[in-house]
Design a protein around this ligand. Structure first.
Ligand SMILES: N[C@@H](CCC(=O)N[C@@H](CS)C(=O)NCC(=O)O)C(=O)O
Length: 214
């Protein structure tokens, strides 16, 4: 399996957690020519990261990839067996993709003081905090967000929550994280597959944040 990714890409890190948790053999490649290049689009029509390729078969969209990996490599299971519990895991994964991550992404251009709009940063922080409060009301970490073992609900948030905290810090603001989510983050981040999967992302992110401060 070829895994198209960059170390800085959040959605790639989300999928890399699943690849590592399931012990899938993969070859990680940079998108040839970069995102959106004609060369990459000839392989991955969406032009986004991440994507996987097996022979001629290509799949993009991180959640579709994670669900494919769950079905093609069932162990360890990252979805519960009960249909209602499975649906809740999927809900939290979508909540992350649709309502939380895009807010954090919108802050990237503001990490540099020269291009910062302080009003935008504060508005996004308040909205992220509102979403985290909602999430904290829906989950009872046990110790993973909805399950006793790692699930697909954890993967995106394990990337986006520390990223939100660190990008907001670079923008001069402090993110208020509900205590239950902070406890979950501290514990879930220690999962060996999460540590392995996120190491390249953590290093690339810290390097990028330092460069923004120059
Ligand atoms: N919904 C997509 C979002 C992927 C995404 O935005 N990836 C970023 C890198 S983290 C990207 O490819 N950015 C370039 C672009 O969107 O054109 C997914 O879940 O895979």
């Amino acid at each position: 399996m070829i895994f198209y990714a960059t170390t800085l890409s959040s959605y790639s890190a989300k999928v890399r957690i699943v690849l590592c948790a399931k012990g899938v053999a993969f070859e990680e490649r940079l998108p040839p020519g970069g995102y959106h290049s004609a060369e990459y689009r000839a392989i991955v029509p969406m032009g986004t990261l991440p994507a996987i390729q097996i022979g001629d078969w290509v799949l993009s969209e991180s959640e579709a990839i994670n669900e494919y990996l769950e079905e093609s490599h069932p162990l360890p299971a990252l979805l519960p067996r009960d249909p209602k519990e499975r649906a809740r895991v999927r809900f939290v994964a979508r909540f992350h993709d649709l309502h939380l991550e895009p807010r954090v992404r919108s802050l990237f251009a503001h990490a540099k003081s020269a291009t910062r709009n302080a009003a935008h940063v504060t508005a996004q922080r308040l909205e992220i905090e509102r979403r985290l409060d909602q999430l904290a009301g829906w989950v009872q970490p046990q110790p993973y967000l909805l399950t006793p073992e790692l699930s697909l609900a954890d993967c995106g948030l394990l990337v986006t929550l520390p990223l939100a905290r660190d990008v907001l810090a670079a923008c001069g603001e402090t993110l208020a994280i509900p205590a239950s989510l902070q406890g979950w983050l501290d514990t879930a981040s220690q999962h060996p597959a999460v540590v392995r999967a996120l190491l390249p992302w953590r290093q690339a992110t810290q390097h990028w944040l330092k460069a923004q401060a120059l």
